[in-house]
Design a protein around this ligand. Structure first.
Ligand code: HEM
Length: 157
């Protein structure tokens, strides 16, 4: 029981920091860079902050996954993935997989330098797309947090 509670605490700490960072990038950083006063420096600013956050996010995603799978092991709850009423477990796993793909595959190997997209003046509109994409990811993640708290406390049982 102790181990489960501690794992739950670690799980939530990592989620808070990870999603807090995603919210910051989405609601503060990108809109600030898009504001005209940053024109010319957007490449530098975006890279400096977003790339640094990516390192932290990678560690947090791993921690969230380890604590999550450890809880499944302790609860012996693998069969939940076979039951539709545990859709909130599927949702957690999907969000996690999406970030694993983004942070460990797409970003380092296909985008490499996030800011390069921003630098190109002709592609300045891409920052708008970046904001839309980040907003969708953030909303899905917040929704997952909401249903996971309900689910973990028996709401869908
Ligand atoms: C590999 C990925 C993940 C696994 C294996 C996992 C697993 C788990 C497990 C087993 C629980 C406890 C359920 C219970 O007490 O019945 C839990 C709780 C929770 N997880 Fe995850 N999770 C993962 C990713 C995520 C993600 C990405 C989020 C957020 C977007 C998240 C948010 C939560 C929340 C909010 C709770 C509820 C804690 C509570 O109120 O007690 N998890 N997770």
């Amino acid at each position: 029981m102790n181990a489960l509670t501690i794992a739950r605490g670690i799980h939530i700490l990592s989620i808070v920091l990870w999603m807090g960072g995603v919210a910051f990038v989405t609601m503060i950083l990108i809109p600030a860079i898009r504001s005209s006063s940053f024109r010319g420096n957007e490449y530098y600013i975006f890279n400096l902050i977003e790339n640094r956050f990516a390192y932290v996010a990678r560690a947090l995603v791993i921690l969230a996954g380890l604590s999550g799978f450890y809880m499944i092991h302790l609860l012996d709850a693998w069969d939940r993935f076979m039951q539709i009423r545990y859709f909130w477990m599927h949702s957690m796993l999907l969000i996690w997989l999406m970030f694993i793909l983004a942070l460990f595959l797409i970003e380092p190997f296909f985008i490499k330098d996030h800011g390069r997209i921003v630098k190109d003046e002709r592609n300045f509109g891409n920052l708008r797309k970046t904001q839309i994409l980040h907003s969708i990811i953030l909303m899905l993640s917040l929704f997952t947090i909401f249903i996971s708290v309900l689910g973990a406390h028996g709401f869908f049982a």
